[in-house]
Write a protein that binds this ligand. Structure first.
Ligand SMILES: [Zn+2]
Length: 232
């Protein structure tokens, strides 16, 4: 290839490169899709109304946050250490509003149980500390039979209100048992039309008179701090 031919070849290569570059420059970059996953939310108006039937306005509902998982991690259980509820990711994603009629009885009870911990925290209980203590006693990792619910439950949650807990006042139950009792009261009183063949509902209705006696002071005045567990 002589010098002229080399120059001509170089021009062609350059022209092709410029043409390609032009094409790239003129190609519009497609917009990226931004996927936002909401990781926490406030209570809905319906959830607040549902809670007011039990806790009245003893809870400052505007302070309550519901979180997706524990710091972004999946967990089997919910924890409510500081007046905010950390739900399992699946529960958080599946239920946008616990007050809706399509939500299962189990989920509604789950929510009311955790809201009891919010109530305890806002009345002054250090739930996070007592949660650690229960953990150390294996209350969250070993099971025992619940005479009240006719099934096995985690040890810290078990109540026996017709037996050994017969004489106990509300503040003599630990923080998990208090949540269980309020859950039973809620199930018996408000979930008659939410799959009433559930075992939890049947046992809650069976014991509702006894539960009402234990909860009488609480239902009358949920603002009363002396109702917090003596041995949380
Ligand atoms: Zn609990």
């Amino acid at each position: 290839m002589d010098n002229n031919n080399t120059k001509a070849a170089a021009k062609i290569i350059l022209a092709n490169a410029e043409a390609k570059l032009g094409k790239i420059k003129n190609t519009k970059i497609p917009p990226t899709t931004e996927l936002k996953i909401q990781t926490r939310r406030n209570l809905t108006a319906g959830e607040i109304q549902m809670c007011q039937q039990i806790f009245k306005d003893s809870i400052d509902y505007s302070k309550v946050l519901l979180h997706r998982g524990i710091l972004g991690f999946e967990s089997e259980f919910a924890i409510t250490p500081n007046g905010e509820i950390f739900f399992p990711v699946s529960e958080y994603d599946n239920v946008q509003d616990f007050s809706k009629s399509k939500v299962s009885g189990e989920s509604k009870c789950f929510f009311i149980h955790e809201m009891t911990h919010v109530w305890q925290y806002q009345q002054g209980l250090a739930n996070w500390l007592h949660g650690i203590k229960h953990g150390c006693k294996l209350d969250y990792s070993s099971e025992a039979y619940s005479n009240d619910l006719k099934t096995n439950k985690l040890k810290g949650y078990v109540t026996d209100i017709l037996g050994k807990d017969k004489e106990k006042k509300f503040n003599e139950f630990n923080m998990e048992q208090q949540a269980e009792l309020i859950e039973m009261w809620f199930d018996a009183g408000w979930l008659q039309n939410v799959n009433p063949k559930r075992n939890h509902h049947i046992q809650s209705v069976r014991l509702s008179g006894y539960v009402e006696r234990i909860l009488r002071d609480f239902l009358h005045n949920p603002y009363d701090k002396s109702l917090l567990p003596i041995n949380p």
